[in-house]
Write a protein that binds this ligand. Structure first.
Ligand code: 9MR
Length: 485
């Protein structure tokens, strides 16, 4: 992150971490994967707006989890690049992803995320090396002896970390080693190697990349409780033994209205040990449906967590677990819950987004700060994304999302565009779409007649094409040209 300045008092927290942050700009040493190449314009945009700029100014890592396959979508890439200076592979660095069979490593997805982060000058947090979950059955059920499992684990750490040595500044070397009562969780590692597996993994990791900052990461350790006491005791013991532990990752999978009141004190007791703390996987879920009141409460909860981190020297980063609500693990796991992230499914900033931005010293709402924020005067005040969701020989299905950034409701909306040459719209849902020559117009169906301020409408279309489904060059909402993502 070249050219960072730390102008605010609370940025002092980050001063000691400057070297680690700078390490994130290292260049890729391995073969480039087959990923779209970033342009200088994307990189420039990434450094100009969103949460990223105020986070950069504070020297705070502000991150997100990223999925490799979603990098196909331009709006996802733009948002990940603009809003965040810190990237975690959501799944692509996990054991089952990189070594699904013994000795058969596969780094294509992990490399793709590395290339994206490096092209956008973002630091990367490595997640994760030793974890009981997303562990292939050849490890889980391998009936390995202590010596064999040590060899297998050492090889996995050496190969995975070694590939990115000098490129990944911080690693969750061990993930989720605790039960809720603070005792060590049963796992193939714990059963076979005893709790010393944690020290062994950290020691191996340190030998692979001595400059990397090595973390143990867990959930439900945000406040002071039995589980975080277990983590605290482990950290003290590892440090006493001289084991190379640099930090504690506090995941931060939280519930609206239930954020513990002592997050700051908890962070502080770890930093008092000389450790770094990162909130590694923040999301704050709610019971659906979403209401304004829940969104406001969620915003306050995000602010609380941000403030807790920002107020403790040594809390070096906060990462949210997914770019938007459309990419969150929460609805898949917690029935009836969701909307846990600061950006909604249509890429619109939620109150939580502005709470985070405000905590960082940036804008506190549309029109309060950065002229590139949605809804600012002088900007086009609608955003259209056009995503091909499936594709075959001469056909494709696309999703079109139009977001209203005007600050006013748009009733009886009408979206117009020129369909690329040779393409014909053969069907549509969630909107009425008429094509005349190459000119297309979408109008609402009964239930989505008005697009609320900050809200959006998504409709689908089936297209016939000559072999490739191209994106229209421009869209207009009520005759006003929209930004495209
Ligand atoms: O978000 C991840 C989801 O896509 C995976 O299916 C899941 C598998 O366990 O892991 C999720 O991420 C987890 C992270 O790796 C560790 N902490 C808890 C996260 C949410 O489950």
């Amino acid at each position: 992150m070249p050219g960072r300045t730390r102008t605010r008092a609370r940025a002092l927290a980050a001063v000691a971490l400057g070297c680690a942050l700078a390490a994130g700009t290292a260049t890729a040493a391995h073969a480039a994967p087959a990923a779209p190449t970033e342009t200088a314009a994307e990189t420039e945009r990434a450094q100009q707006s969103g949460l990223r700029e105020p986070a950069d100014e504070l020297g705070l890592r502000m991150g997100t989890a990223v999925s490799a396959h979603l990098l196909d979508q331009q709006v996802y890439r733009d948002t990940a690049a603009t809003e965040f200076n810190f990237i975690t592979h959501e799944n692509s660095l996990k054991w089952e992803s990189v070594q699904p069979q013994r000795g058969q490593y596969s780094f294509a997805d992990a490399d793709r995320i590395m290339e994206f982060a490096q092209a956008n000058d973002q630091e990367v947090h490595g997640h994760t090396l030793v974890w009981h979950s997303q562990l292939p059955s050849w490890v889980e059920d391998g009936n390995f002896s202590e010596a064999e499992l040590t060899e297998v684990t050492t090889d996995h750490i050496e190969t995975t970390m070694g590939r990115y040595a000098g490129e990944i500044a911080t690693w969750d070397v061990v993930n989720e080693p605790f039960n809720e009562d603070g005792t060590f969780r049963d796992s193939v590692f714990q059963r076979t190697l005893g709790e010393d597996y944690i020290a062994q993994a950290l020691t191996t990791a340190d030998s692979v990349d001595p400059d990397a900052r090595l973390f143990v990461n867990d959930y439900n350790i945000e406040g002071i409780n039995a589980k975080s006491d277990g983590m605290y005791a482990l950290a003290e013991s590892l440090l006493d033994q001289g084991v190379p532990l640099d930090g504690v990752g506090i995941q931060g999978h939280l519930v609206v209205g239930q954020v513990p009141g002592d997050v700051r004190q908890n962070i502080e007791r770890f930093t008092d040990l000389g450790l770094e703390v990162v909130i590694t996987e923040l999301d704050i879920r709610m019971d659906l449906p979403v209401t304004e009141a829940k969104l406001e409460r969620q915003a306050a909860d995000y602010a609380l967590v941000m403030d807790a981190c920002l107020s403790v020297p040594g809390c070096s980063g906060v990462s949210v677990w997914g770019v938007t609500d459309a990419h969150s693990w929460v609805p898949d796991v917690f029935e009836g819950q969701g909307a846990a992230l600061p950006i909604d499914e249509a890429y619109a900033p939620k109150p939580a987004y502005w709470a985070i931005s405000g905590a960082l010293g940036g804008a506190t709402g549309p029109g309060t700060g950065d002229p590139d924020e949605p809804g600012e005067p002088g900007e086009q005040d609608c955003l259209v994304t056009y995503a091909v969701t499936s594709h075959w020989g001469q056909g494709a299905v696309v999703d079109v999302t139009v977001r209203n950034d005007t600050g006013e409701p748009v009733p009886d909306w009408s979206l117009t565009w020129t369909q690329p040459a040779g393409e014909r719209i053969t069907g549509a849902w969630n909107a009425q779409v008429v094509q005349s020559g190459s000119e297309a117009t979408a109008t609402p169906v009964a239930w989505n007649g008005t697009i609320a301020p900050g809200g959006s409408v998504t409709f689908g279309m089936q297209i016939e094409h000559g072999g490739e489904a191209a994106s229209p060059a421009a869209f207009a909402l009520e005759g006003q040209t929209c930004r495209t993502g």
